[in-house]
Design a protein around this ligand. Structure first.
Ligand SMILES: NC(=O)c1ccc[n+]([C@@H]2O[C@H](COP(=O)([O-])OP(=O)(O)OC[C@H]3O[C@@H](n4cnc5c(N)ncnc54)[C@H](OP(=O)(O)O)[C@@H]3O)[C@@H](O)[C@H]2O)c1
Length: 200
């Protein structure tokens, strides 16, 4: 299969690319780096991405910005970042990508466990993640041509916690998070939220 990975240069994206490479042709997409660039916040940029790559069987997205911050301190702009980038950016990958993807192709998006296991400071991130999970369950009911759509829900990743100077012992190694993405691409799941902890 030819698989487009958006966010290929990131903490989760890199091991996803590694896990898929060899068995599939992988196109690495980043914002500044990668083989091809896209800005998830721009529908025009997403359209250009698919027009440039043309033929493909699967899209994996391990990108999407949303802001952590307390309920009342988050600004309008910070709430909108999550909505326009992480939520609608990934929704638009599906809406626009459907025009280009091969029959029986698949989309795999990324939410996060905060969608269902919130903590103080996660209001915006939880809202966006839950929105993505609702979108995927509903969109799967209308996918044409045998195309599938799923979302992977990663827990806090060990490498991210290390980069933030936190105790990373409870974090999940990004290499293990990648297993859920591989299951979504290579299996026959549709309309599912794949909790990465169940695939490690
Ligand atoms: N890491 C965690 O602990 C964790 C846990 C749960 C959920 N998640 C979610 O998983 C996703 C990936 O997280 P991560 O930690 O792997 O992120 P990361 O290391 O910061 O990587 C982000 C990736 O997204 C790309 N990117 C940045 N802005 C973009 C834009 N506007 N349009 C398209 N691509 C863009 C970057 O490309 P360049 O390198 O070219 O800039 C990079 O490839 C995020 O949605 C995050 O919320 C992460």
């Amino acid at each position: 299969m030819k698989v487009i990975v958006v966010g290929a240069t990131g903490t989760i994206g890199q091991p996803v690319v590694k896990a898929l490479t060899g068995r599939h042709e992988v196109v690495k997409v980043g914002f500044k780096d990668g083989d091809v660039q896209v800005d998830l916040a721009s529908p025009g940029s997403i359209e250009n991405l698919f027009k440039t790559i043309k033929e493909f069987d699967a899209v994996v997205c391990t990108a999407g910005l949303a802001k952590f911050g307390s309920l009342l301190d988050l600004t309008d702009g910070e709430y909108m970042l999550g909505l326009t980038n992480k939520l609608m950016g990934q929704v638009n990958l599906v809406r626009i990508g459907l025009k280009y993807i091969h029959d029986k192709g698949s989309f795999t998006l990324t939410s996060g466990v905060l969608a269902r296991e919130p903590m103080k400071g996660s209001a915006s991130i939880s809202m966006v993640g839950a929105g993505l999970e609702g979108f995927v369950r509903a969109a799967a009911l209308e996918m044409p041509r045998g195309i599938r759509v799923n979302v992977v829900s990663p827990p806090f990743v060990r490498e991210t916690m290390e980069a933030m100077g936190m105790d990373s012992s409870a974090g999940m190694p990004a290499e293990k998070v990648a297993y859920a993405y591989v299951q979504s691409v290579e299996g026959n799941r549709n309309g599912e939220v794949l909790d990465a902890r169940q695939f490690a």
